[in-house]
Design a protein around this ligand. Sequence first.
Ligand code: KG4
Ligand code: ZN
Length: 344
Amino acid sequence: MNVLGIETSCDETGVAVYSAERGLLAHQLYSQVELHAEYGGVVPELASRDHLRKLLPLIRATLEQAQMAQDDIQGIAYTAGPGLAGALLAGAAVARSLAWTWNIPAVEVHHMEGHLLAPMLEAHPPAFPFVALLVSGGHTMLVKVEAVGRYALLGESLDDAAGEAFDKTAKLLGLGYPGGPAIASLAEQGDADRFRFPRPMVDRPGLDFSFSGLKTYTLTTMQKESAGLEGEALACLKADIARAFEDAVVDTLAIKCRRAVRQTGVRTLVLAGGVAANQRLRGRMDEMMADEGGSVYYPRLDFCTDNGAMIAYAGSQRLAAGEQMGMAFNVRPRWSLMDLEALA
Ligand code: KG4
Ligand code: ZN
């Protein structure tokens, strides 16, 4: 079975073809980053319009890359939520119209399930059960995964998501959007010993996170230390702050993951979502899991951030289990991962 996957929940248009027999056959991504950059964040209405402009050409290009015609596709998977309502609707309308005209089934995919299953596209995928740390721009969750659709929430962020904290901190340091990659590259030049930022909530039991205090701490440090600075000295200060912030987030995530692994007795850890592209986080998790006698799995860098491949894969699992939808469709801008059904 060949499944066309369509992702449009935020600011990337992603399209892919996944074959149950042959694996991932093609994937294409169009990022709207430049479109939103001048506004310092995603403008929802611009995002929806751009998805509509780009979807059909991208679908054509993906089919061409897979050397397929429409007859070779047996199902369509699309992101139905969570995400921006208009952006989701653009993808849903195109996906459902194509499925209807091609007379093939369509299936809704939960964006975070897509992220969670992205490591399954790699040559050495993790085996169930595993603990997954999902760190994106909108979510920070620790989940115990027994099988596709069988998820138990172990902990989550009580305020900002990890990616959101990167984005907001980048903004207050005057860096561009998206903030994660900008902070990570500035942190490379920073002095790790100049500041030590707090590790929020690590001295409390439990597996929840909170990142908004860290953002405020960063702002206060910036205001206090930058008085009278300019030029090289100011640039150095920003790099040192970026490093201290990144270290604090990475450390906090690693401490909670170690706790989750010990608590569940599950020694396989999966990292997914945009922040999983962070090299310092990956390095730190490798060390931590080696120390715990377990192993850690990530998607390739391109599949940490939003993409169509993860949606095609998640959808193909659900289609193979016989899931499909009636004629009516809707999108779910808010949709809990815990509401998903296990595969039949
Ligand atoms: O998964 P994703 O592409 O979109 C959502 O589903 O939200 O994640 C985007 C988030 C953004 O907040 C971005 O700043 C962050 O992932 N991100 C990073 C890195 N690359 C992307 N954060 C830290 N380090 C990175 N290298
Ligand atoms: Zn995402």
